[in-house]
Design a protein around this ligand. Structure first.
Ligand SMILES: N[C@@H](CCC(=O)N[C@@H](CS)C(=O)NCC(=O)O)C(=O)O
Length: 218
């Protein structure tokens, strides 16, 4: 197999998704760290949108974390990160889409919100999404520790990076994940315990420093 290169930034949760998927698959890869504040001009050739992550394998280039992760899963069969059944695969994609469209934007909205009214609105919206995730996980965790059963999958990976970055919301916006969301908290703990997650992880201090500009509204 041709060498996989991942253009990444340690602070970036989207790139974090791809590092986790590659590591869970046990695929060797080279990381090219892109300084997001000072992107090299050649990077436009790799990703015309100039965002991380991007993957390059020989002449083949790909962007968008969820698409990259499906490609990674397709490259080798074991361990599968999507369920085998069409129904299971559809559910996995539905929740990854939910992560992208409903959950992730609210994380940034709260972090960037400057006025008190904006902060309260963003906080309420984010708390309702967390409750929806908890209710869904309450059912799902009856079949195993993960979104789609007993094994980690692309849906878990689609959500997890923002939970590793939660100390940022705690620090800048005082928002803890409510203790009554026990299923969500259990799933986060299960993810944290994974060897790959530990290896790929960064400290709370690293994220808090990395998101300072966002918290100031930048
Ligand atoms: N939809 C993209 C989002 C990627 C993204 O927004 N990455 C950020 C860093 S976390 C980025 O590179 N932004 C461009 C920039 O900072 O200039 C994906 O899922 O891969």
């Amino acid at each position: 197999m041709e060498t996989i290169e991942l253009f990444s930034a340690r602070v970036c949760p989207f790139a974090h998704r791809c590092r986790l998927a590659l590591m869970e698959k046990g695929l060797p890869f080279e990381v090219i760290e892109i300084d997001l504040r000072n992107k090299p001009s050649w990077y436009r050739q790799v990703n015309p949108e100039e965002a991380v992550p991007a993957l390059r394998q020989g002449q083949f280039m790909l962007r968008e974390s969820l698409i990259i992760n499906e490609y990674i899963d397709d490259l080798v069969g074991e361990p599968p990160l999507l369920p085998a059944s069409p129904q299971g695969r559809a559910q996995a994609r539905l929740w990854a889409e939910f992560a992208n469209t409903r959950f992730v934007p609210l994380f940034y909205r709260l972090l960037k919100a400057q006025g008190e009214d904006d902060r309260l609105a963003a906080r309420d919206n984010l708390l309702s999404v967390l409750s929806a995730l908890d209710a869904e996980l309450h059912h799902r965790l009856q079949d195993g520790g993960y979104w789609l059963g007993q094994n980690v999958g692309l849906t878990d990976i689609a959500f997890y990076p923002w939970f590793e970055r939660w100390p940022v919301l705690e620090h800048y916006r005082g928002l803890l994940i409510p203790g009554e969301l026990t299923s969500l908290l259990r799933w986060i703990e299960t993810m944290r315990e994974r060897e790959v997650v530990k290896q790929a992880g960064q400290t709370a201090e690293f994220y808090i420093a990395g998101y300072e500009d966002y918290a100031r509204g930048g």
